[in-house]
Design a protein around this ligand. Structure first.
Ligand code: ASP
Length: 333
């Protein structure tokens, strides 16, 4: 009974979409709704997608997949690939900032409605780590492949070798080497992962997370982004969460898993994200000069986001529109 009602509602939502001008706006950025509205999609509005930061081309791509009845898994993969391919984005995929030795090493993971997951860590020379992570999930008995092994597997799966270091990122690195100071900048410059969660018309949730990691990191450093439970977690009974910011701190609290479990215990996505940030703050009482941003969605399509310092935002796209949501923060500055 409940299931039938849900499917009927989904169909109505889908039909409504086709009739509204909003659908046309999916390929027309000028027509998107005003930015700055908080809260994201309201209850029971599916399908929907949410992603970290103002990655509006990525959320629009994911929405294109979802509105055509595609799966949440396809939506998150296709969505984050937009940022992996953007050479001007120096924090994800091609054009990402290198490690301190000048090598671009990429991290990504993906998780589906059945709890299956795949990840690649510190992988070089492959433009779309999220798609390799999906192959790890679907084609191997493993969850994670790292470094040369991940790259070798990618070639076996038909991925092409790609030079990930753009001239701009190379010049920035050469400039950085003059001082060699490793200091993550809050919100921008040397980090900004895309984490994305989607719910499809069947109500199923998937998530993806991909990054070039902290700029000028030590060779071999891996952050939270490809670690299931830290940078991303999905439980199709409850919801999903994903993170951006200084990965070491997210790993220490297994942040995304924590947020999903808090939602299981009854917290809203917003309350769960706030608690996730507070756990990190509690472990860093004397050192708060770093950024963490969490986003979450529950099974109803309710969303939340929270961060340490102002400046973080997250995109939502649903029947309610395509919105950049400025996140509330623990600190004022
Ligand atoms: N979480 C990423 C990492 O630690 C970086 C980021 O999101 O800014 O590698």
């Amino acid at each position: 009974m409940e299931r039938r009602k849900f499917l009927r509602n989904s169909t109505v939502v889908g039909a409504g979409l086709i009739a509204t001008p909003m659908l046309a706006s999916t390929s027309n950025a000028e027509k998107e709704l005003e930015t700055g509205k908080k809260g994201g999609p309201s209850k029971d509005i599916l399908p929907m997608v949410i992603c970290t930061w103002d990655f509006k081309n990525a959320s629009a791509k994911a929405w294109d997949v979802l509105k055509d009845g595609g799966t949440a898994l396809d939506a998150v993969e296709q969505g984050v690939k937009v940022e992996e391919a953007d050479v001007d984005n120096q924090t994800v995929g091609v054009g990402g900032r290198p490690d301190r030795d000048g090598n671009v090493t990429l991290d990504a993971c993906i998780m589906d409605k059945d709890g299956n997951c795949g990840a690649v860590l510190a992988m070089q020379n492959i433009a779309h780590p999220i798609s390799v992570a999906r192959k790890v999930m679907e084609e191997t008995p493993h969850v994670m492949l790292a470094g040369k092994g991940a790259e070798q597997f990618a070639y076996e799966m038909g991925f092409e070798k790609t030079d990930l270091l753009t001239e701009k990122s190379k010049q920035d690195w050469i400039e950085w080497k003059k001082t060699s100071q490793y200091k993550p900048v809050i919100n921008i410059e040397n980090h900004d992962t895309i984490g994305m969660l989607a719910i499809d018309i069947n109500g199923d949730i998937s998530g993806a997370c991909t990054t070039s990691g902290m700029g000028y990191k030590m060779a071999g450093r891996v952050g939270d982004s490809p670690i299931i439970g830290a940078g991303l977690f999905v439980d199709n009974e409850v919801g999903g969460a994903t993170a951006t910011g200084v990965g070491e701190e997210v790993v220490k609290t297994v942040g995304s898993f924590l947020i999903v479990e808090l939602m299981r215990q009854g917290k809203s996505p917003q309350e769960a994200c706030e608690e996730g940030v507070k756990r990190i703050i509690a472990k860093n009482k004397d050192k708060q000069d770093f950024q963490i941003g969490f986003i979450a969605v529950n099974k109803k399509g309710e969303t939340g986001g929270y961060c340490i310092h102002p400046g973080f935002s997250y995109r939502t796209y649903s029947e309610n529109g395509h919105v950049n949501n400025p996140s509330d923060s623990y600190l004022d500055t």
